[in-house]
Design a protein around this ligand. Structure first.
Ligand code: SF4
Length: 256
């Protein structure tokens, strides 16, 4: 459990899974290597929360709180939409866990059938898109479902999501050495996002056993960030807490 609770001072973010394995087969992702075993039921998603709360009560009893939920564990959340939706309704309901809508973030690889349902059925929670490249060809290599649901269609759908004041779409960008970390990649990403309510999360790739990709140099990460900032985009470089235990994003594998 401690692997899935990400601490910041005495506040914690819980990383939730929605499936065992994943059907999306992203080429950078450890989870994707095992394929989809099954969807999780709503109670199994809620169960992760209950276990986390109990773990905190037992092992961090002095004022440590679970503050945020992020669906960034195993699985493509929007591929298990009905269970995800029901779990969120329980998380949000005052008779459930009464978590604020702004404290929940769902991350997707760009599963368009789920995004099409989002506006009607997903009531104001935050959305994060795994962007990883502004170019369709490169994205095809990283996220195979991009061939079926191209980035242009995904972005068009996301652009139609109504946002509250100060609400942003999070665009996650996995930085991979000699693949998508160049100055041209950075400028094309800046151009793509410059008019949007966007926050960019840069995630330096965490190598896993057998992966074909490498982590970029720190200097290149900083250059990429400063180019995006020149387009007036807020940019964060995600820390790699958990990479030593293979629990950073895209590294969960039930074979471990
Ligand atoms: S990155 Fe996410 S969507 Fe892609 S294979 Fe891994 S778990 Fe699935």
């Amino acid at each position: 459990m401690s692997k899935l609770l990400i601490p910041f001072q005495n506040k914690y973010t819980l990383c939730l899974s929605t499936q065992v394995g994943c059907a999306m087969k992203c080429s950078f992702c450890f989870t994707g290597t095992q394929g989809l075993k099954r969807h999780l039921a709503t109670e199994e998603i809620i169960g992760q929360y209950i276990l986390a709360v109990r773990w905190l009560q037992e092992f961090r009893p002095n004022g440590h709180q679970l503050k945020n939920l992020v669906y960034m564990g195993q699985g493509e959340p929007l591929h298990n939409f009905d269970a995800l939706k029901a779990a969120n309704e329980i998380f949000l309901d005052q008779h459930g866990t009464s978590i604020g809508v702004q404290k929940i973030t769902i991350s997707t690889a760009g599963y368009l059938p789920g995004l099409i349902r989002w506006n009607e059925e997903m009531s104001g929670v935050n959305l994060a898109l795994s962007l990883h490249s502004p170019f369709e060809e490169k994205r095809n290599k990283l996220i195979p479902i991009n061939q079926r649901y191209p980035l242009a269609d995904v972005l068009k759908c996301i652009d139609e999501i109504p946002l509250k004041r100060k609400q942003y779409i999070i665009y996650e960008y996995l930085l991979i050495k000699n693949f998508n970390e160049s100055i041209e990649d950075a400028h094309a990403t800046g151009e793509l996002l410059r008019e949007k309510m966007a926050i960019v999360n840069l995630i330096p790739f965490n190598p896993f056993p057998g992966s074909e990709f490498e982590r970029p140099e720190q200097s290149q990460i900083e250059i990429f960030k400063s180019i995006l900032e020149s387009y007036k985009l807020p940019v964060l470089i995600r820390g790699t807490k958990g990479d030593d235990i293979l629990a950073a994003c895209g590294q969960l594998n039930t074979k471990l």
